[in-house]
Design a binder for this molecule. Structure first.
Ligand code: FEO
Length: 398
């Protein structure tokens, strides 16, 4: 039967059978403006097929249709689950109802526990880090990718066609009908891969750095790199994304950019932000201004990926900061961003408590925390000149 959704052959014996989520806009707080894909793969074996990962619940029909464009579900010999998070495992139980009853599931040791905890004691078999397993004539090697980005995360390498299934790592949230990176707009790939790193992998940057440094020693001759979100990498694209990961995860990588992020009540803090930004720029430092009226928390995280200076502006509201600033600070603190220099600023009415609260919150993120700049009610032109000077001084020597 013709299928509404077809598989895409990516090598002689491997097919992409994932799902496209065109409308996803919120991935636990990360605004995914271009949607995403949940990539799953079918690998031909001697007498059937191995399924690698599944898709989010609600997309089962699309997954099944693509599988059935290649084979019957009864031909599936095994399922490899690289990661238990539900965007990759959510349709597992529905698939299990359609494949032979004794179909084994393989996962990392932590993955076995996570799958059981997600799916009412679901049984899977653990594969050890570095081990190989031949399933129906097809040999796979397993590499633990702990905290990239969950404890159970695992990569699976297909020895026959040199394909690495890397799950979340090296992915991006980008819906589209193009499966290969070199069929996509390179500027969109550059932006979305960086957004993904900043919003998903940033807290685990030391583990990413370790994984990148250790990649050559794995001895994998990767010809195709298949993440579970967004386009697949091949040829020189593999080295490019590996090099970007090495750069983003390196705390010593050169950064020379300030981000001024603010919210405002009656435009006083906004005017301060404008003057501070001009002062920063006058010192020869790249500066980006982000109002939380026009930017979402994940935009801020994306811009912070290559920044070393942050200035956070909030007026005082009810002895504290504005709610959007609190939201953004909670988010970027969780992502464990680190900066060389930081400061709070803002306008206040009767006590500068909003700026004090911001300053306390950014203290753990900044090697050098400068005292807040505060202005009573509405800044005068002299006050704004002071703001400009504050901006210039804060980056001088950075
Ligand atoms: Fe794409 Fe950690 O799930």
């Amino acid at each position: 039967m013709n299928q509404p959704f077809e598989a895409l052959k990516i090598t002689d014996s491997i097919y992409w059978v994932g799902a496209i989520d065109w409308n996803l806009r919120n991935f636990h707080g990360y605004e995914t403006r271009r949607g995403t894909t949940y990539n799953a793969f079918l690998v031909k074996s001697d007498s059937g097929y191995i399924l690698i990962d599944t898709v989010k619940r609600g997309f089962e029909a699309e997954l099944i249709s693509r599988i059935q464009s290649v084979c019957a579900l009864s031909e599936i010999k095994a399922i490899i689950s690289n990661h238990a998070e539900m965007d990759h495992s959510g349709s597992l139980t529905k698939i299990l109802k359609r494949v032979p009853a004794d179909t084994p599931i393989y996962a990392s040791a932590m993955g076995v526990k996570a799958l059981a905890a997600h799916f009412d004691g679901l049984k899977a078999t653990a594969v050890a880090n570095g081990s190989t397993l031949t399933i129906d004539g097809r040999t796979f090697r397993f590499v633990e990718a702990r905290m990239l980005h969950w404890p159970d995360s695992m990569w699976t390498y297909d020895e026959a066609e040199h394909v690495l299934f890397s799950n979340d790592a090296f992915g991006m949230h980008l819906a589209g009908l193009e499966r290969w990176y070199d069929d996509c707009d390179s500027s969109i790939l550059a932006e979305e891969s960086a957004r993904y790193f900043a919003n998903i992998l940033m807290p685990y940057a030391p583990m990413v750095a370790k994984a990148c440094a250790g990649f050559p020693s794995l001895g994998l001759d990767v010809k195709v790199l298949c993440p579970d979100h967004g386009p697949l990498w091949r040829g020189e694209g593999i080295a490019k994304i590996l090099s970007k990961y090495a750069q983003w995860s390196d705390p010593a990588a050169p950064r020379k950019k300030a981000v001024v992020v603010f919210d405002t009540m009656w435009h006083s803090t906004e005017r301060m932000a404008f003057a501070i930004a001009e002062g920063i720029q006058s010192a020869g430092y790249k500066c980006l201004l982000l109002s939380l009226e026009c930017n979402q928390r994940s935009d801020v995280a994306y811009e912070m990926l290559d920044a070393d200076v942050i200035l956070v502006g909030s007026p005082t509201l009810n002895s504290g900061m504005l709610p959007k600033i609190a939201d953004m600070l909670c988010y970027i603190s969780g992502l464990k961003f680190r900066f060389k220099t930081g400061a709070a600023f803002g306008s206040y009415g009767w006590a500068p408590l909003g700026q004090k609260a911001v300053s306390e919150q950014i203290k753990p993120l900044c090697a050098n925390l400068v005292d807040p700049l505060t202005i009573n009610y509405v800044p005068t032109m002299e006050d704004l000149a002071r703001c400009r000077e504050f901006g210039r001084d804060i980056v001088s020597g950075s």
